[in-house]
Design a protein around this ligand. Structure first.
Ligand code: 6PG
Length: 253
């Protein structure tokens, strides 16, 4: 792993949630102070739900000025936005329905289209929102990319054995879940890695082996997609003791 990760361990899921909310609040406050906006690329799945709910509840105390926040999605399942599997629905239930943000601030992946169209449309939306440099990389980057980790070491919808994108102009891709066959739309490695901060939020003993593989197994990013995340800025692992239980040298709490 080229970028030296910062590993922070909390005793349990509740403490981890509080820590993540505080970190996101700090990142947002500094981004807004420096650039007037907090570009937040959210993770899907279930782990972050409690964090989003507490961000909504914390409001001003968490220094989150939602009028300055733009939300992007690291990946999305190709299901309707009101489907129980939708990452958009999970975020809407836990955060978006509790705070005041305009539709322009929430950059939803248009999964009602077929996967290739959805990927092209989202890339166009991101290029409009972030700007594009001559080399195809984003002019403005995410201040925070929040990521989960699957037990098979996938992150976002970058699955083991899937294409490892290196072309900085390719930001979005359609992928099929290797087990369910479900189509997903995912941001690619170049866009995720353009972030100022990428933070894995990982909780529970069921992720311990996957986390140990990311941090301690020999480099094999094709087989271990969690190892593909090497942001331009900082790489954080926000984890709890159960998730850290397979690490040979857990870091300081
Ligand atoms: C998704 C996520 C995915 C998720 C991991 C962990 O759409 O499912 O983007 O990468 O973060 O699978 O999911 P849990 O937090 O539900 O364990």
């Amino acid at each position: 792993m080229t970028v030296q990760p910062n590993i922070h361990i909390e005793p349990d899921n509740a403490a981890l949630t509080q820590y993540a909310v505080a970190q996101i609040g700090k990142l947002a406050a500094s981004a807004i102070a420096e650039r007037g906006v907090f570009r937040f690329c959210v993770a899907g799945g279930q782990t972050p739900r409690a964090v989003y709910a507490q961000l909504a509840a914390a409001g001003p105390e968490a220094q989150l000025d939602f009028s300055r926040v733009h939300i992007y999605f690291g990946d999305e399942r190709c299901v309707p936005p009101d489907d129980a599997q939708s990452n958009y629905r999970m975020l809407h239930e836990s955060l978006l329905s509790h705070v005041r943000m305009t539709a322009e601030q929430v950059h939803r992946i248009p999964v009602e289209r077929d996967p290739q169209d959805a990927a092209h449309a989202y890339q166009a939306e991101l290029q409009r929102a972030l700007g594009v440099n001559a080399d195809g990389s984003p002019e403005h980057t995410f201040d925070l990319v929040l990521l989960g980790l699957g037990a098979d070491v996938h992150t976002a919808s970058l699955f083991p054995g899937s294409e490892l994108v290196t072309d900085s102009s390719r930001w979005v891709s359609g992928r099929k879940h290797p087990d369910s066959g479900q189509w997903r739309i995912t941001l690619t490695e170049p866009l995720l890695n353009s972030a100022r901060c990428a933070a894995f939020l990982i909780s529970g003993a069921d992720k311990a082996a996957a986390l140990a593989a990311v941090l301690e197994a020999p480099r094999d990013p094709e087989r271990l997609p969690g190892q593909r995340i090497a942001p331009a800025g900082t790489l954080q692992f926000w984890i709890d003791t159960a998730a850290a239980s397979a690490l040979s040298q857990p870091s300081s709490p």
